[in-house]
Design a protein around this ligand. Structure first.
Ligand code: C5P
Length: 402
């Protein structure tokens, strides 16, 4: 992603969260132009934000003299999105009133891109009818206003007014600049391992971290889909903006997936479901010497195979397969047997692929027999490629081609 974010910072205590936001944006390969008000510079130094953004920070209209460009216009023109975080009652009032008396408020009227405003202030200030009216006015004219979080405030009050965490603001930014081509689509994603209890202390599980499935859920939500994530114990945070249903065992996952299935258009099953579970699992701890004889396994339900049997014509089913031997033949057979529309084949023996990595190497197999090998790429990018194929399939279904 190589978008340019214009980040306006105003003078609230929550400015201490801005360095975290800048880091997330830079990590996602975005260019960040920070513009600070004089008051903001009392809370976080321009040097901190210049260092983290790897860019000069703009603090006033007149600081950078003798430059040929008209700074406030070039900053506005180059932005793919503008964000004001934290946004004080003062800046909200000024923007709503059309005032342009410093660099940031002079840039705002010149913007051609979406503007995201993240209010942060004392709860009584936030609830003040004038502030509320200003926010409503900004929403009416097309600005995006992010609801503040509620909780303990630095001023000692408790209530709404906290700046959302950098991760949540980052998600909102990505959602506003990226394509919204999944708008209206309902997608169920499964992720993570399942955990099959043997006794009070021991479980059978596998090495899935949940990174691939959560990447799919995150990108689907960012691209506008309504996403439900049924996930076993994850080693990563579930994405913001998805409905997360945590489960533990394969049987719980089976039950929750079947509950949700009639209400979705697409299922992407990235979970590494344990194929077997202990035949009996007690509440006590089995003695070490009895363990060998206690380990009888029974098969878990094959969730995706069941979905393949009951799916409606317009539902799309995407499976994953983690293989190490004879990978293509096994995967092709699986796609057919389980009645899938797409199968994402993961050769987990390749370096940089599979469990726990941030990257993956996959081949996407289509029903038609077509197979698309993809290069090593981040799991987010793999997620996007899968979702691109889902969009295509959906268009074909809508046009009655399949
Ligand atoms: O057969 P295999 O386990 O390799 O198939 C992997 C695919 O099947 C994944 O999409 C996985 O989520 C799904 N699966 C399932 N229920 C199982 C086992 C696997 O839905 N019991």
């Amino acid at each position: 992603m190589s978008s340019t974010v214009l980040l306006g910072v105003t003078g609230g205590i929550a400015a201490y969260k801005v360095p975290g936001l800048v880091r997330l944006l830079v990590k996602a390969e975005m260019r960040v132009n920070v513009v600070m008000t004089q008051a903001a510079a009392q809370f976080v130094t321009p040097l901190t934000l210049a260092t983290l953004s790897e860019n000069p920070v703009w603090t006033d209209m007149w600081g950078q003299r003798n430059r040929p460009s008209v700074e406030h216009i070039s900053l506005a023109d180059s932005a793919d999105i503008a964000v004001i975080a934290p946004a004080t009652a003062n800046i909200i009032g000024k923007i709503a009133g059309g005032i342009a008396d410093d660099l940031l408020t002079t840039i705002v009227p010149a913007l051609k891109c979406p503007l995201l405003i993240c209010p942060s202030m004392n709860v009584n200030m936030y609830r003040n009818p004038i502030v509320q009216e200003n926010l409503q006015k900004l929403t009416r004219v097309g600005c995006h206003v992010m609801e503040p979080d509620a909780g303990y405030l630095a001023c000692g009050w408790t209530g709404e007014g906290r700046l959302p965490e950098p991760e949540a603001i980052f998600e909102a930014i990505v959602g506003l600049i990226g394509p919204r081509d999944l708008e209206g689509m309902r997608i169920l994603v499964t992720a993570g391992p399942t955990e099959e209890p043997l006794d009070a202390a021991r479980v059978l599980t596998n090495r899935s971290s949940g990174k691939m499935g959560t990447a799919v859920a995150r990108r689907a939500a960012q691209r506008g889909a309504s996403v439900v994530l049924v996930a076993g114990p994850l080693k990563v945070q579930p994405p913001i903006g998805v409905r997360h249903i945590p489960v533990r065992t394969a049987r719980e996952m089976h039950e929750r997936v079947l509950d949700e299935f009639p209400n979705v258009d697409v299922v992407i099953k990235a979970a590494a479901v344990a194929d077997f579970r202990p035949a009996v699992s007690g509440t006590g701890k089995i003695k070490k010497q009895d363990l060998g004889s206690s380990l009888n396994l029974v098969k878990n339900p094959d969730i995706i195979a069941e979905l393949g049997r009951i799916k409606a014509k317009n539902q799309i089913l995407v499976g994953f397969a983690a293989e190490t031997d004879n990978v293509l033949d096994n995967a092709r057979a699986k796609l057919k047997e389980k009645n899938l529309d797409l199968l994402v084949l993961n050769d987990v023996s390749k370096p940089g692929a599979g469990f726990d990595h941030d990257t993956n190497i996959v081949t996407i197999l289509h029903r038609s027999g077509r197979q698309e090998p993809l290069d090593l790429m981040s799991k987010e990018k793999v997620a996007d490629r899968i979702l691109d194929r889902v969009v295509k399939l959906r268009e074909e279904i809508m046009c009655g081609k399949t």
